[in-house]
Design a protein around this ligand. Structure first.
Ligand SMILES: Nc1ncnc2c1ncn2[C@@H]1O[C@H](COP(=O)(O)OP(=O)(O)O)[C@@H](O)[C@H]1O
Ligand SMILES: [Mg+2]
Length: 265
């Protein structure tokens, strides 16, 4: 079943746009990008920095609107009133910077309660049960939920932001470079967690600039370069028979990084 579809997405930004001066020139963060996401699939989106990955993720999660094109969820445009609430609940994003998804003034319990009250239930016992199950699932202790976001280490905070994305039990998780701020062993733990979620049937979009990350977990891969889609294929096709030189370069860069890690450990 097709869950999410993006048709001919274009998004441009003004080159500069300040209080005093606004550019007449644009850069195209995304130029005519289409993709479809089937249930249970893990789709990797790769490309070097500035290739449009975050912009695409934010459009798929309806955080920003495209200039052209449309995102569809279960066949309907996401703006459609019939589907919007279901879409909001079922498509959740994990951000590269976990701080951005957590309210610094609320404990984890309070912020998660607010989300659950809006979408699932007002029953306090049920809410506490869902929160504690989700917290355990991401490998944190139950009493952590009474802390504030700043009282966690970087790795714990990324787990909290994953819990934040999981709390409504969404169908689709969009993870924007969820491990790039973490050291190697923490990164491996978070990747393993994503793999478990995938094995449980979640549909995942995983964004990475390092191809080793998507190789480990993704079924299909899309390669972006400066807002253009340069290549797409299955994991096997991309790694065994990359067509564009750009993809080959990304693969080589990733291999070199693996060697450096092996060297240093
Ligand atoms: N809010 C914004 N205003 C202006 N330019 C932006 C904005 N967001 C992204 N861009 C530009 O769009 C391009 C793609 O950015 P982004 O989607 O963040 O790429 P990636 O996540 O692949 O590094 C970059 O050139 C970036 O500078
Ligand atoms: Mg990005």
């Amino acid at each position: 079943m097709l869950l999410l579809k993006a048709d001919n997405i274009t998004k441009r930004f003004k080159l500069f746009d300040t209080f005093l001066k606004s550019s007449k020139e644009y850069i195209y963060a995304l130029n005519n990008i289409s993709l479809s996401l089937k249930k249970g699939v893990c789709l990797g989106i790769v490309g070097e920095s500035g290739s449009g990955k975050t912009t695409l993720a934010r459009i798929l999660a309806d955080i920003i609107k495209p200039d052209k094109g449309e995102v569809r969820y279960k066949g309907l445009p996401i703006s459609d009133k019939k589907i919007y609430r279901e879409y909001r609940r079922n498509v959740q994003m994990i951000f590269q910077d976990p701080y951005s998804s957590l309210n610094p003034r609320l404990t984890i319990h309070s912020s998660f309660s607010d989300i659950l009250k809006e979408h699932i239930t007002k029953d306090k016992t049920k809410i506490t049960e869902i929160i504690s199950n989700t917290i355990k699932k991401v490998g944190l202790e139950e009493d952590h939920i009474h802390r504030y976001p700043h009282q966690f280490s970087g790795g714990q905070r990324q787990r909290i932001s994953i819990a934040r994305a999981l709390i409504l039990d969404p169908e689709i998780i969009i993870a924007d470079e969820p491990i790039s701020a973490l050291d190697v062993s923490l990164a491996a733990q978070i990747l393993n967690l994503l793999k478990i979620l995938k094995n449980e049937g979640k549909t995942i979009i995983l964004i990475a600039h390092d191809l080793a990350v998507v190789k480990f977990i993704c079924d299909e891969i899309i390669v972006l370069k400066k807002g253009e889609l340069v290549e797409q294929g299955t994991n096997f096709e991309i790694f065994n028979n990359p067509k564009s030189q750009y993809t080959k370069n990304l693969i080589n860069a990733s291999l070199m990084k693996e060697e450096r890690v092996a060297f240093s450990s």
